[in-house]
Structure formats: structure tokens, C-alpha cells
Design a protein around this ligand. Structure first.
Ligand SMILES: [Zn+2]
Length: 208
């Protein structure tokens, strides 16, 4: 509510997410990232995860089923408090949420990537010509293109000091997700955590 926006931007800019040259192919399947910046009553979050974690594939949507899976994932990712559950006492509500799928096509280094795989693809086409139509779909998914889901959230919390833990229902929603690398930045400094599917809780007592 105060002039907190510039501070939040500064906090987020200090994270790896501000790196515009990032290559999607560098991500590790199963591992997502969540950045949380807390400033007063405002909590800003940025989330990234490989398409493999969220919908189980990273090829461009080819059929109605693929597109429906992506739409459903985007809708789920647009509800941060269902994924990253905060104590009710913190009185947090979502003021902004956006989620999208980013594909590697937009990146300049893609050309080189595609070239390296042309040979393989031609080879596969050969076997397709012998009547393996069913394999078309899989062949396409074998191409080395990566996608990531990206989401940004702003929450307003009436009592942010009550954010004593985060419960990651995220892992229940997305069965391919194994781990989230969480970085929390507040006026008292930055802390990094790894949250695993086996233990989807983060204890933040005393942090805020
Ligand atoms: Zn990938």
C-alpha cells in the first residue's frame, strides 16, 4: 500500500529470474523455482517450473488434449494460495496473479539446437514412412525443445508476521514435480531453501 513497489522490484531483480539471457534448456526436470519477496504487507512471488513438471510434456501443443492440459495448468497456477498455502492468521489475499507457458522458440539460440537434431528427425521420419503412424506424436516430443511455466503473484497480507510456514500443496497438484528451490527475500535478508515432495513444508518461524 505504501510505496513498496520499487523495493519489491529491486528484490526480485537481485534473483536469477531477472536474467533475460536464461536458457530454458538449462532447467532440470522435476525442479521448479519460487522466489518470494516480502515488504511490509505486500508479498510478491515469482514461480518457474519446467513444462515436464506441470503438464508432463514440453513439445508444442499438438491436439486439443494438449491444449486443454496447458489451459488447466495455467488456471491452477493462477491460484497461488491453493498451491503455496499460508496460515489463515496471516490474512493473505491475492491482489495480482498471472501465469503463462513460455516456449524456447522465442530464444535466439534455438537455431543451433534444432540443427543438431535434424539428422535424428530425418531418420525417424524414415521409419514413419514404413507405416508407424502412431509414433508421430512421440517423435515430435523427442525433439529438444523445452518449455517453462512462469507465474507472478502479488499478495496482500493483513498480518504477515503470522506467515510461520508454507505448505506446498503444489506437489499434490503436479505429480511430476519433485522439488522447489525457494528463495525468500525480506528486509531482514535473503534465505534459500529446497522443498522436496517428501516433506512439502517450509518452517519460517521468526523470519518475518
Ligand atoms: Zn525441459
Amino acid at each position: 500500500m505504501r510505496h513498496s513497489a520499487p523495493i519489491l522490484l529491486t528484490l526480485l531483480a537481485s534473483t536469477a529470474l531477472a536474467d533475460g539471457t536464461r536458457e530454458l534448456g538449462a532447467h532440470e526436470h522435476g525442479v521448479g523455482e519460487l522466489y518470494i519477496a516480502v515488504d511490509g504487507n505486500t508479498v510478491a512471488m515469482e514461480f518457474r517450473a519446467p513444462g515436464a513438471d506441470i503438464v508432463g510434456f514440453e513439445y508444442a501443443a499438438e491436439c486439443a488434449e494438449d491444449r486443454a492440459a496447458i489451459d488447466a495448468a495455467v488456471a491452477t497456477l493462477a491460484k497461488p494460495l491453493d498451491l503455496f498455502v499460508l496460515p489463515a492468521a496471516a490474512e493473505c489475499s491475492v491482489t495480482q496473479a498471472s501465469a503463462e507457458l513460455e516456449s524456447e522458440e522465442a530464444h535466439e539460440d534455438h537455431a543451433e539446437h534444432a540443427e543438431a537434431h535434424d539428422h535424428d528427425h530425418d531418420h525417424e521420419k524414415h521409419s514413419d514412412a514404413h507405416g508407424h503412424d502412431d509414433h508421430d506424436h512421440e517423435d515430435h516430443s523427442a525433439e529438444a525443445s523445452h518449455t517453462e511455466f512462469h507465474a507472478e503473484y502479488v499478495l496482500s497480507c493483513g498480518n504477515p508476521s503470522a506467515v510461520s510456514e508454507i505448505t506446498f500443496a503444489y506437489f499434490d497438484m503436479f505429480e511430476n514435480a519433485r522439488e522447489l528451490e525457494v528463495q525468500i527475500v525480506s528486509s531482514s535478508g535473503a534465505q534459500a531453501f529446497e522443498v522436496e515432495r517428501d516433506d512439502p513444508q517450509l518452517d519460517l518461524r521468526g523470519m518475518f
